[in-house]
Ligand binder design. Sequence first.
Ligand SMILES: NC(=O)c1ccc[n+]([C@@H]2O[C@H](COP(=O)([O-])OP(=O)(O)OC[C@H]3O[C@@H](n4cnc5c(N)ncnc54)[C@H](O)[C@@H]3O)[C@@H](O)[C@H]2O)c1
Length: 246
Amino acid sequence: MSSKRFENKTIIVTGAAGGIGEAYARALAAEGANVVVADLADEKGKQVAADIGGLYVSTDVADEESAKALAAATVDAYGSIDGLVNNAAIYGGMKLDFLITVPWDYYKKFMSVNLDGALNVTRAVYPHMTNGGGAIVNQSSTAAWLYSGFYGLAKVGVNGLTQQLATELGGQNIRVNAIAPGPIDTEATRTTTPKEMVADIVNRLPLKRFGTPEDLVGMCLFLLSEEAGWITGQIFNVDGGQVIRS
Ligand SMILES: NC(=O)c1ccc[n+]([C@@H]2O[C@H](COP(=O)([O-])OP(=O)(O)OC[C@H]3O[C@@H](n4cnc5c(N)ncnc54)[C@H](O)[C@@H]3O)[C@@H](O)[C@H]2O)c1
């Protein structure tokens, strides 16, 4: 097996200005991919793209025109698109509230990014997957199976979206899978989830440590690669055993 699995492949990673998305972008570039960093955080996003020799495109995943402009800029730079990682979400600094009390405006904005954002970018990108197919990886969370209010509800939606899109796009050899990470040590988690809560969650994991973005990289790159050529519509937990489904 070649050590550079993504030579001549073009892959967009949304939300890659920091945290998990940045780790994916760096790992993909190290394996030879043309990486497009798509984020709202322009300064950090440009820095990541510059570090890895990729392209930065300022993008709001919730906006249809912005997603189309992302696809167009990618095709202009690299000709076509082979992979998409729908990782962007409102997570770092998110409001902590309940489904029954969260203000509707906040809820609707949140869902437009955390659920519809993945569909919006997929709709803009898939017509350009013209190299005999493509691979899409959606970022879910174990929150989909645990109580976590509207954050978890959006991830339930991401899981459903993964299954439905896999069916719609399979005929074009476009595979759609999701990764459901457990608690991951990113700046966003450190600033959003109270320390005691994280310590309690980690203590209850079968593998008793906080996950790192690097723990997720292997699964993401596998799902984007040809080794996963007959895998679609699946949600893979990378979570230290946090959720064991029967
Ligand atoms: N950190 C964890 O414990 C954990 C666990 C499970 C799942 N996840 C998921 O992993 C992903 C990344 O998490 P992270 O910890 O790196 O958090 P993060 O907040 O650092 O990453 C989210 C990124 O998305 C970007 N973003 C937000 N809204 C956007 C928009 N409208 N358009 C474009 N970009 C936008 C942000 O600028 C940021 O760079 C998220 O989908 C999150 O829900 C995280």
